[in-house]
Design a protein around this ligand. Structure first.
Ligand code: GLU
Length: 448
């Protein structure tokens, strides 16, 4: 842990108070590590307990989610919503349904969301939620009953001006539909802006589905452009094969790059002809199959259950799967194979060791808070359309997303340069820029 005595004391208190929540400790350490220069320049924040208040969620909800499976057996899951910070707007952040979800995971995600959302400049606070419910293998009716039970508890904490969930791993348009339906039934209100990620047909925004993947590619493109480079003719590796990964692949191909590998939790595929997006979507989204099925269907592709997708040589790597998926060894392999840029489409996919390897090697590294902010930024665009009872075209919405990503990139660089001297330190830039926006608002709003 770098930083002054105050930062170290705050971090020690986080560990003492949130025992065993290792992902939250990791996310907090990364931010705190970056804040030394900003706090030196702004001593006023030390006296108002900004750091102490930032690291303690405003509200943490944990609740029972009972539901009945198709065989008539009662199941019990645990639901979470951590309302972390509302200095800049209503709590905003997704819901994750995955067996790995626990309070520490939700807090790490919620903490990241505060700074990410601040970076978008769109007036949204930070929050996150979810459940240890495993949607894999569940019928549509089971998913619906689970979502209804989850919302029956959570609805009292939500509202378009209060807390606005969206999707994350395991929560897509179908789940958002069931959650919205139950919210509407209980409250007797058609409150479009209470959830984002809705289908376009009833209040959703164009580009929301694509936004996180597209945004990560725009961010990487902006980093490359600072060195007079771009995606054209570049070999790219994308980890994952979910919503973020799929649309990252699409945008890389649109910009003239070639994605040669992607993965899921069972292994990875290499396809030197370039990943066929139609086939990938069919395998993962329509059939819900393992990624090996892609290789079975395409002669140019091979599947590997051993090693990692980062063993595949590439110019640009886009980790779009999940937290801590890219470790030190992966980073060393990528650098050895000549990677020039890495942008995080997932939340905290690179371990601290891996980030250090990239930074020491001079690899352009875009941290998730900045690089994957396109998803939540487009959620904020959805909220604007809902508030205005308006809907924009795909082209208009995508142009706005692209401009937000350009601004996020520019703000990271400018802040990194101003506070650390190196404009390519996007980690420092993202953390400090997000922090300063939130700290200013918190100071103005008094000790609350
Ligand atoms: N789950 C996404 C994220 O990690 C999006 C959240 C949202 O749209 O509210 O940023």
């Amino acid at each position: 842990m770098n930083g002054n005595a105050h930062i170290k004391a705050v971090y020690a208190e986080i560990r003492r108070r949130n025992q065993g929540e290792v992902e939250f400790h990791q996310a907090a350490a990364e931010v705190l590590d970056s804040l030394g220069p900003a706090l030196d320049r702004h001593p006023e924040y030390a006296g108002t307990g900004i750091l102490e208040r930032l690291c303690e969620p405003e509200r943490q909800l944990i609740f029972r989610v009972p539901w009945v499976d198709d065989s008539g057996t009662v199941r019990v899951n645990r639901g979470f919503r951590v309302e972390f910070n509302s200095a800049l707007g209503p709590y905003k952040g997704g819901l994750r349904f995955h067996p790995s979800v626990n309070l520490g995971i939700v807090k790490f995600l919620g903490f990241e969301q505060i700074f990410k959302n601040a970076l978008t400049g769109m007036g949204i606070g930070g929050g996150k939620g979810g459940s240890d419910f495993d949607p894999k293998g569940r019928s549509d009716a089971e998913i619906m009953r689970f979502c209804q039970s989850f919302m029956t508890e959570l609805y009292r904490h939500l509202g378009e001006h209060t807390d606005v969930p969206a999707g994350d791993i395991g929560v897509g348009a179908r789940e958002i539909g069931y959650l919205f339906g139950q919210y509407k039934r209980i409250t007797n209100r058609y409150e479009s802006g209470v959830l984002t990620g809705k289908p376009v047909a009833w209040g959703g925004s164009h580009v929301r589905t694509e936004a996180t993947g597209y945004g990560a590619v725009y961010f990487a493109e902006a980093m490359l452009a600072t060195r007079g480079d771009g995606f054209h003719g570049r070999r790219v590796v994308v980890s994952g094969s979910g919503n973020v990964a799929v649309y990252a692949v699409e945008k890389v191909h649109a910009l003239g790059g070639r994605v040669v590998a992607c993965s899921d939790s069972s292994g990875y595929v290499v396809d030197e002809d370039g990943i066929d997006l139609g086939l990938l979507k069919d395998v993962k989204e329509v059939r819900g199959a393992r990624i090996s099925v892609y290789a079975e269907a395409k002669p140019s592709a091979r599947f590997s259950a051993r090693g990692t997708v980062y063993d595949v040589p590439c110019d640009v790597a886009l980790p779009c799967a999940t937290q801590n998926e890219l470790g030190r060894e992966d980073a060393v392999a990528l650098v050895k194979n000549g990677v020039i840029a890495v942008a995080e489409g997932a939340n905290m996919p690179c371990t601290p060791d891996a980030m250090a390897v990239f930074q020491e090697a001079g690899v352009l590294f875009g941290p998730g808070k900045a690089a994957n902010a396109g998803g939540v930024a487009t959620s904020a665009l959805e909220m604007r359309q809902n508030a205005a009872r308006d809907s924009w075209t795909f082209e208009e919405t995508e142009a706005r997303l692209a401009s937000v990503m350009r601004e996020v990139h520019a703000e990271c660089r400018a802040t990194a340069e101003a506070y650390g001297g190196n404009p390519e330190d996007y980690v420092l830039g993202a953390n400090a820029a997000g922090f300063l926006r939130v700290a200013r608002a918190m100071t103005a709003q008094g000790v609350v």
